[in-house]
Design a protein around this ligand. Structure first.
Ligand SMILES: Nc1ncnc2c1ncn2[C@@H]1O[C@H](COP(=O)(O)OP(=O)(O)OP(=O)(O)O)[C@@H](O)[C@H]1O
Ligand SMILES: [Mg+2]
Length: 228
């Protein structure tokens, strides 16, 4: 699902290198736990995997497509179709409800729209199903603007949004940081159940090493990144 080769990245031409990764491969359906100290480049790497940032050199192959060869609009379309991202800061649209936020992921992708509608009777039903899976089933929450939700609730909305329409790759950046320990394990179980259904690949970043044993593979960024 992911093949990174000789990737080097810096935030601006005069800035120091943040990433220098010779090789990183992730198999289809694999669930990877990515860890590393604060500031070591985890979010930067996720931006590259999601085609949000481009490396100065190297190949970034996702699902058979080299993202570095796509123009910016094609990269946006590729991301909308194939990648679900749970951002560290969630990036929900604050004045839209959870339901509208989740449905929005289908607005930018015909593929995900069609897949969501084929799983339930329409995208709204599928968004509701996923929000319920994330234990956000109270009507009051479903229809409030996202900015009125607690951080933990926002995190679960972001997870439902990443999953709708079955993207092949899910990237999650510290999605459990605001949840307490027991709820974290429940959340991860829900995420695993959903992706087991679709066969999606998961790259999951966390500071909490006690979660690592639930994953197929554990990667320390400092082991694969020559910069640190
Ligand atoms: N938008 C940006 N512009 C300039 N520099 C950035 C930007 N984002 C991150 N950096 C720099 O890149 C380096 C890696 O940051 P990154 O956010 O990838 O770390 P991280 O491992 O995700 O940390 P954390 O665990 O705190 O989230 C840091 O030195 C940071 O200052
Ligand atoms: Mg980060």
């Amino acid at each position: 699902m992911i093949e990174l080769g000789n990737v080097r990245f810096r935030w601006g031409s005069d800035a120091p290198l943040v990433l220098d990764i010779q090789k990183l491969n992730v198999n289809v359906g694999e669930r990877v736990f990515l860890e590393g100290p604060s500031g070591s480049g985890k979010t930067t790497l996720l931006n590259i995997l999601g085609g949000v940032a481009l490396p100065e050199v190297g190949i970034v192959q996702v699902n058979g497509t080299d993202l570095t060869r796509l123009k910016s609009r094609a990269r946006d379309a590729f991301r909308a179709d194939h990648i679900g991202i749970i951002f560290q800061m969630f990036n929900l649209i604050p004045y839209l409800s959870p339901l509208e936020n989740v449905k929005l992921a289908c607005r930018f992708s015909r593929r995900r729209h069609a897949l969501a509608a084929s799983k339930s009777s329409n995208t709204e039903e599928e968004a509701l199903r996923l929000l319920m899976r994330m234990q956000l089933n109270e009507a009051a929450i479903m229809h409030s603007p996202a900015f009125e939700l607690s951080i933990g609730q926002q995190q679960r909305v972001a997870a439902a949004r990443s999953l709708i329409g079955s993207p092949e790759l899910i990237i999650a950046d510290e999605p459990t940081s605001a949840l307490d320990h027991d709820v974290r394990r429940v959340f991860i179980k829900l995420l695993f159940d959903e992706i087991a259904d679709t066969g999606a690949t998961l790259v999951f970043i966390s500071h909490d090493p006690s979660l690592a044993d639930q994953f197929d593979r554990r990667i320390k960024l400092t082991d694969i990144n020559k910069v640190h």
